[in-house]
Design a protein around this ligand. Structure first.
Ligand code: GLU
Length: 490
């Protein structure tokens, strides 16, 4: 038998931002499909119109484009299974809900307390794990009663008729066989009173009609999957395979972990980009948040990930989003940029730098590129150059370089004379001056460098040596600072 073409889908609700967890779902769905030369489909799940956010679908398109998770079908590019926006499929759901009513697998419910809020997806989803259930009042209404109510124009919803005293089993590709007692399942609403489907119904109809072979989504949907399985059974459809992904957690201040949210730091793709994380680094990192490459190596391009991705590597235990690890990945990707790319990318991040540094950005950027872990580190990294205050003179004493205050003073005085006479204030020439003086005095280079570097910056750790710091500060400011140190040491 010919193998069915793999078709996965990314089915975000237009919430206005791309949470890292959603992006990981998109990534895995993309990788899984592409690994098998299959199709990756984008479907917009906007059945909850109350939560509509202006411009939200654009955020989704933009994110997929920026991350190169190119979909093969979707609202913007079409395909044979459209429309790809659920609100545009509205009439279809009613048709299918009525089919279930006909089959005795669903029923009209006219109860006044039917809340459309029962639509569940996204954040509301987990709360949906029922502490109450519908009392099934309308489950056994006679045909006549139903017709009478419909003729009177009574508002209604359509509910799933969940079997009583039975069990339902489905197989998840990651978590294995899962069996649930149907008495724990609610007669959930399939079609709301406004004719819109609930998420729980729409996803089943759409995944079937769109020939989805593998449903990849967050583990929080496992508890609803038995109900979906019942729906597939009710229709007589083969259910797609499911691949549920572990939850991404964040580390709390007190050492505990909880579902990754804003209190842990930036959690949207856009926010991470804004902080100066590169999309390649974000994708590389989140690829490994819930899937293991089972290799020493951790840095992978998107095409390498496509090649390697498999279900066996999907990890059941929850992953912890570690900003330090993301920094580590990002620093690697930053150092791999060409210097031109780095300069170009940094433009948005250097606006707050003092003018003299901006003018010398061509050079200062070389110091930054090998030292920052994200672009927003740039301004704070050079801040110390502008915050020059009377620092502790004990910094001039340094055992390793065999320096005490008196020797530091002597070096500063000598250098002050030479530097005052220097016309060529290039890094190259400054280095030569420092080297010549060191040779003449038969010092080790660190001995000359230390008082100079400390003297003009007031810092032990600097992103570059003495000559670099002198160059960045310029001649006048450097000499002022050296003079100030001389005065204070005397
Ligand atoms: N619209 C749902 C969400 O954004 C999709 C869940 C699914 O993939 O089935 O979470």
């Amino acid at each position: 038998m010919d193998k069915k073409e793999v078709r996965t889908r990314f089915a975000p609700s237009p919430t206005g931002y791309m949470h890292i967890g959603n992006l990981r779902t998109a990534l895995y769905a993309y990788l899984f499909a592409k690994h098998d030369n299959g199709k990756f489909i984008l479907r917009i799940e906007d059945t909850d119109q109350k939560r509509y956010v202006e411009g939200a679908t654009e955020v989704i398109y933009k994110t997929l484009e920026q991350t190169h998770l190119i979909h093969d079908e979707g609202p913007d590019i079409g395909g044979n299974y459209g429309p790809y926006v659920q609100s545009e499929r509205k009439p279809m759901y009613k048709e299918y809900a009525l089919k279930l009513v006909e089959k005795g697998e669903a029923y009209y419910c006219f109860c006044s307390g039917n809340k459309d809020e029962e639509d569940t997806d996204e954040d509301s989803h987990e709360e949906e794990v029922k502490t109450y259930g519908y009392n099934r009042h309308c489950r056994n209404l006679s045909k006549e009663e139903v017709e009478k109510n419909l003729a009177e124009g009574k508002p209604y919803v359509i509910r799933q008729k969940v079997p009583i005293d039975s069990t339902i089993t489905f197989h998840d590709e990651v978590y294995g066989d899962i069996t649930v007692d149907t008495n724990t399942l609610d007669d959930q609403i399939l079609l709301k009173s406004d004719g819109m489907p609930t998420y729980n119904f729409a996803n089943v109809v759409d995944d079937y009609l769109m020939d989805i072979t593998h449903v990849i989504r967050g583990k929080e949907y496992i508890s609803s999957t038995p109900k979906y399985q019942l729906l597939y059974n009710a229709f007589g459809w083969e259910a797609p395979k499911t691949i549920h992904l572990s939850t991404i957690m964040g580390q709390n201040a007190d050492g505990t972990v909880s579902k990754l949210s804003k209190r842990h730091g930036a959690v949207s793709f856009a926010k991470l980009l804004e902080l100066g994380y590169l999309q390649e680094a974000i994708i590389n990192y989140i690829a490994l948040l819930g899937w293991s490459a089972r290799q020493e190596r951790e840095v992978f391009s998107l095409s390498e990930l496509v090649e390697m991705f498999d279900i066996d590597g999907i990890v059941k235990t929850n992953a912890i989003f570690d900003y330090k690890k993301l920094d580590w990945f990002n620093a690697i990707y930053i150092t791999q940029m060409s210097h031109e790319e780095f300069i170009e990318y940094s433009k948005d991040y250097i606006k707050e730098l003092p003018e003299y540094l901006k003018e010398k950005w061509d050079f200062a950027s070389t110091l930054a590129q090998s030292r920052i872990s994200k672009f927003s580190d740039i301004v704070p990294m050079f801040e110390f150059l502008s915050n020059y205050t009377d620092f502790d003179l004990a910094l001039f004493e340094n055992k390793k370089n065999k320096l005490d205050k008196a020797q530091s003073l002597q070096i500063l005085q000598d250098m002050y004379v030479t530097l005052t006479a220097t016309k060529d204030w290039s890094v190259e020439n400054l280095n030569k001056i420092i080297q010549d003086y060191t040779t003449e005095k038969e010092f080790k280079i660190g001995k000359t460098m230390w008082p100079l570097r400390i003297g003009v910056t007031g810092q032990v750790v600097t992103p570059g040596g003495g000559a670099e710091m002198l160059y960045l500060l310029g001649k006048e400011e450097s000499l002022n600072r050296i003079q100030n140190c001389i005065n204070r040491l005397q």
